[in-house]
Write a protein that binds this ligand. Structure first.
Ligand SMILES: Cc1cc2nc3c(=O)[nH]c(=O)nc-3n(C[C@H](O)[C@H](O)[C@H](O)COP(=O)(O)O)c2cc1C
Length: 169
């Protein structure tokens, strides 16, 4: 797919078929995350791949939506702030880095015909407990990964004029 077509076609999939994700495709989307840029190349993130079927009850505690449990896989993207690059004023870039990696994964998935949906509204305490995350491993986002059972709706976006300012100083 052309990149412009890919970004236009990616959407938040909120209905999934139960069809399995091929191992090769899973590897491709994980590889896209691995190749993402990170500040100072620190790569301060961890991805957790969860098989949905045996863990439905636990996943429901993390994010209680029917569609979250429909795809065969769920991926959790975690930041590792202690490993991240820190700007001179103290800003830690772990969240930025893990978000770029997750977006690479999500775009690669769309390119392979797979659906995803960013989930930020999960219960972080439940996520930490269920996934047995040690201190310093921060769950930032989840996504289901599977074949879409819905289709792209109209994308509502602000016009560029509201999002972009050209310099005039
Ligand atoms: C950081 C982030 C967190 C999000 N969290 C949720 C969420 O918890 N639940 C949900 O249904 N959608 C979530 N979304 C999806 C957005 O609602 C969606 O991307 C936006 O409405 C644009 O629609 P589109 O992805 O179909 O283009 C999230 C998106 C982002 C980028």
């Amino acid at each position: 797919m052309e990149f412009s077509e890919l970004v236009a076609k990616r959407y938040s999939v909120r209905a999934y078929k139960p069809d399995p994700v091929e191992g090769e495709k899973l590897q491709q989307v994980l590889e896209a995350a691995r190749l993402a840029p990170t500040a100072a190349n620190r790569q301060p993130f961890q991805l957790i791949v969860i098989h949905t079927a045996p863990h439905k009850a636990e996943l429901k505690r993390i994010y209680h939506r029917e569609w979250f449990l429909q795809a065969p896989l769920v991926i959790c993207a975690c930041a590792l702030p202690a490993e991240a690059w820190v700007r001179r004023d103290g800003k830690n870039y772990a969240d930025v880095d893990v978000t770029i990696a997750m977006d690479h994964l999500i775009l690669a998935a769309a390119n392979l015909g797979l659906g995803t949906c960013w989930v930020g509204a999960f219960d972080p305490q439940a996520a930490r407990q269920v996934l047995q995350l040690p201190d310093g491993v921060e769950p930032v986002a989840f996504t289901p990964l599977g074949y879409p059972a819905d289709s792209l709706q109209l994308k509502e976006r602000k016009p560029l004029s509201e999002l972009v300012r050209y310099e005039h100083w």
